[in-house]
Design a protein. Structure first.
Length: 478
């Protein structure tokens, strides 16, 4: 990878960055169906930096790896995540999101974000997350016990419940039957609802109407707030030896000032982790099972590994190094369908890189979905081939894909389902462990046959999900 040239003598003017022509009917259809795929088409047609006119300002789709690395990591201080400040429409984007998440890690910016991140990062140490391994396997096993042979159902709903269960148990030590889980279901439905309406220009009108969904959102949010504040109070009064994430967050101390997180800060971070932690994981498990359901030969290999490593028992964290193929399946599904399919930044100042000039306040879009389909680094990019991620497999001239994702010399950011740099997913270890353990647990007994049309239409408001979910029929394997 070459060094990025961020201060060229004479940067090319913004106007020289390609802009797609007026939208054709088929472009509109693609935007309605599948925005990530539409953006991939723009990159293929117009190159690594494309200017996409959007409302008040322009957005730039950046797929030049050197520039991506500079924006996300090296020059990250010249960008922030608050792209909503320059978003389209009469109101700021994302105000519902901020109402929900407050100044938690996802929505906060600048020095405040840097401080919170520094304080909270140790809470996500691999050793602590490994302590949740048993919870991951137990919750997946409970879900597994609920499936019935030959039954058709919406698999995405089941994965939503599964991921919600994982995060409520690890964060608050409460179950899916708890009031907290119920408040979340009511306030933040899987599709639609005020939280997501905020992101669409028409949705803003809906937000002002006296609709039941608006009332439900407000009531749900109030309930969740009351519950979280109640839990904080309970833990403050308790012996302080809990090992759920909220209890650990309570012990966080700023080494410089000796300060702890305030109730408000704890509330914001807890709700942020709750939200960031279940929508992403439920999407990735759904996509993984869609891919397994349509690739029997890969499913067979997965089953062979799980049967050999686990036999009749549930997985533990100690099994993970031997569940290599399972890990590769999950990693490859995250490549093809990264739930956080676009990372959005706002340029705090004029920015020039590799001859491109991007004016202050522009929105930059770095899309893992698009980058994961770059033919230079991902041969046969649309092919589901978990063996790409098998690092120590013997080279096989007949299969050049084997291990190539782990080969030396590739740009680090060719694969970034969890982002990178100072805003990298704080839950990345949690998520990978949770995903692999869920996959191993569910696939011990079940395979799922997708039915109905392929999930060509996606929702991509916050995360990438098959629109309407995924209908499957469950088949008991053993
Ligand atoms: C498959 C599952 C997941 C995926 C694909 C994913 C992906 C991402 C990505 C790409 C970012 C960076 C966004 C950006 O740079 O703009 C991010 C941020 C974040 N994620 Fe995740 N995530 C997952 C699961 C989780 C889980 C389980 C948690 C918590 C338990 C979590 C908590 C967070 C938080 C708090 C941030 C904000 C970090 C910051 O800005 O400092 N995520 N996630």
């Amino acid at each position: 990878m070459t060094d990025v040239q961020t201060t060229p003598d004479s940067p090319a003017p913004t106007e020289s960055i390609p802009v797609p022509g007026p939208m054709r009917l088929r472009d509109m259809r693609e935007v309605i169906r599948n925005v990530p795929r539409y953006l991939t088409g723009l990159r293929d047609e117009h190159g690594p930096v494309v200017r996409v006119p959007m409302g008040k300002t322009d957005a730039f789709l950046i797929s030049d790896f050197d520039v991506v690395q500079d924006v996300i990591i090296a020059s990250s201080k010249r960008f922030d995540k608050d792209a909503q400040k320059v978003g389209p429409g009469p109101d700021d984007w994302g105000s519902s999101l901020e109402r929900v998440l407050g100044k938690g890690l996802v929505t906060s910016v600048g020095t405040y974000h840097r401080r919170q991140r520094r304080l909270i990062q140790p809470v996500f140490h691999r050793r602590r997350i490994a302590g949740y391994g048993e919870a991951f396997a137990t919750i997946a096993d409970e879900a597994s016990a609920g499936f019935q042979d030959g039954t058709r159902f919406n698999f995405h709903e089941a994965m939503y419940e599964l991921a919600l269960g994982m995060v409520t148990r690890t964060l608050f030590d409460v179950s899916l039957e708890s009031e907290a889980a119920d408040g979340i279901r009511r306030a933040f439905p899987r599709e639609g609802g005020p939280l997501r309406w905020e992101l669409s220009p028409f949705g803003k009108i809906l937000l002002r109407l006296p609709l039941p969904a608006n009332r439900q959102f407000k009531r749900g949010l109030k309930t969740v707030d009351e519950i979280v504040y109640g839990m904080i109070e309970e833990r403050r009064k308790g012996p302080g030896d809990g090992d759920d994430l909220l209890s650990v967050l309570l012990t966080v101390t700023d080494a410089d000032t000796g300060e702890h997180l305030t109730d408000q800060e704890l509330r914001d971070e807890a709700i942020t982790l709750l939200m960031a932690g279940h929508e992403t994981s439920s999407g990735s498990l759904t996509w993984t099972y869609y891919l397994l359901g349509t690739h029997p030969e890969i499913r067979e290999k997965l089953h062979a590994e799980i049967d050999e490593v686990l036999g009749d028992r549930l997985p533990t964290v100690e099994d993970l190094p031997r569940l290599k193929y399972t890990d590769a399946v999950y990693s490859e599904a995250l490549r093809l369908f990264p739930p956080a399919w676009v990372l959005v930044r706002r340029a705090l100042e004029d920015y020039a890189a590799n001859g491109y000039h991007i004016p202050r306040n522009s929105v930059l879009m770095v899309s893992p979905y698009v980058l994961h389909r770059d033919r230079t680094w991902w041969p046969e990019p649309e092919r589901f081939a978990p063996e790409r991620f098998l690092a120590d497999a013997e080279p096989d001239p007949a299969n050049p894909l084997l291990g190539h994702a782990r080969a030396a010399g590739r740009p680090k950011l060719a694969y970034l389902p969890f982002g990178a740099g100072p805003r990298q997913c704080i839950g990345n270890v949690f998520a990978q462990m949770e995903g692999v353990m869920a996959l191993a647990t569910l696939s011990r007994h079940w395979e799922f046959e997708p039915v109905g049309p392929a999930p060509d239409r996606v929702t991509s408001d916050f995360t990438l999900q098959p629109r309407g979910g995924l209908e499957v029929v469950a088949h008991r394997r053993r």
